[in-house]
Write a protein of this length. Structure first.
Length: 256
């Protein structure tokens, strides 16, 4: 399913590049974008995919807070489908980050098999204001260990690129992550699809997918519960305030 804010670009090197292209909203995901992401990951399951942003200042701000609660619940649910596809598809997924990844955007990066980051990359595992949702509890323990994962999720604090590399959240931090990720993709392609698919199949065995489904069910219940104060969270003021919270003060990011 095509979407103007999700660009799928085949590379002559043999991989697909999936690019988020909604810079005016910090790549916040609406339902159409999320459907397009899902389609991109499922269309060629054996293809190696690099997922990145056309805007080096941000990776993804998570679900769009300018939509209704009902649509946000649908985005959240479909994102968990995306994460499961990313983990179970035989083709590897490499996330390339130069800027912030928050909430569903952090999970999108985390569900990739490998992560290559620039110095400006940072992560925040937090959900939308007023919603008691779990964000990444199914995933982070397998990446950084249980104690570190719980601290990051429970506090919702920012994790910068250097710390992310130190704790194992990203594989490499380099000045220009795009070429580094492309070189990594080339090395993986040299191994052959059979090896890569077998490794991924074994890595996905165990409780990871059980945790994903448990978090998905918990968040379905959270979205079905009216937020504190009641009423629909939607409106012009709420849009900007919510995006600022999710991006950790998006207005303070340098213009680009």
């Amino acid at each position: 399913m095509l979407h103007p804010c999700v660009r799928v670009e085949p590379s002559p090197a043999g991989y697909l590049r999936v690019r988020l292209d909604r810079p005016g909203r910090r790549n916040a995901l609406d339902l159409g974008m999320t459907r397009a992401l899902h389609a991109a990951f499922t269309a060629e399951p054996a293809a190696l995919v690099l997922v990145d942003s056309t805007d080096p200042g941000v990776f993804c701000a998570g679900a769009d807070l300018s939509v209704t609660d009902a649509e946000r619940a649908s985005i959240s649910d479909l994102l968990y489908d995306c994460y499961e596809v990313m983990i179970t598809r035989p083709g590897p997924v490499i996330a390339v980050l130069s800027g912030p990844a928050v909430g569903g955007g952090a999970q999108l990066a985390g569900a990739a098999d490998l992560r290559v980051a620039g110095p400006g990359a940072k992560f925040r595992w937090t959900g939308p204001p007023g919603r008691q949702v779990a964000v990444g509890a199914w995933l982070l323990p397998s990446l950084v260990g249980r104690a570190a994962a719980l601290e990051l999720i429970m506090t919702g604090r920012w994790v910068g690129a250097a710390e992310a590399e130190r704790i194992g959240l990203v594989n490499h931090v380099c000045a220009d992550p795009g070429p580094a990720a492309a070189a990594l993709a080339g090395r993986l392609l040299d191994r052959g699809p059979g090896v890569l698919g077998s490794v991924k199949q074994v890595a996905a065995a165990g409780g990871l997918l059980d945790g994903l489904r448990a978090e998905r069910a918990a968040n379905q219940a959270a979205f079905a519960t009216p937020p504190p104060g009641g009423g629909e969270r939607h409106g012009a003021a709420g849009k900007d305030a919510g995006l600022s919270v999710l991006c950790g003060g998006v207005r303070s990011l340098p213009p680009h």
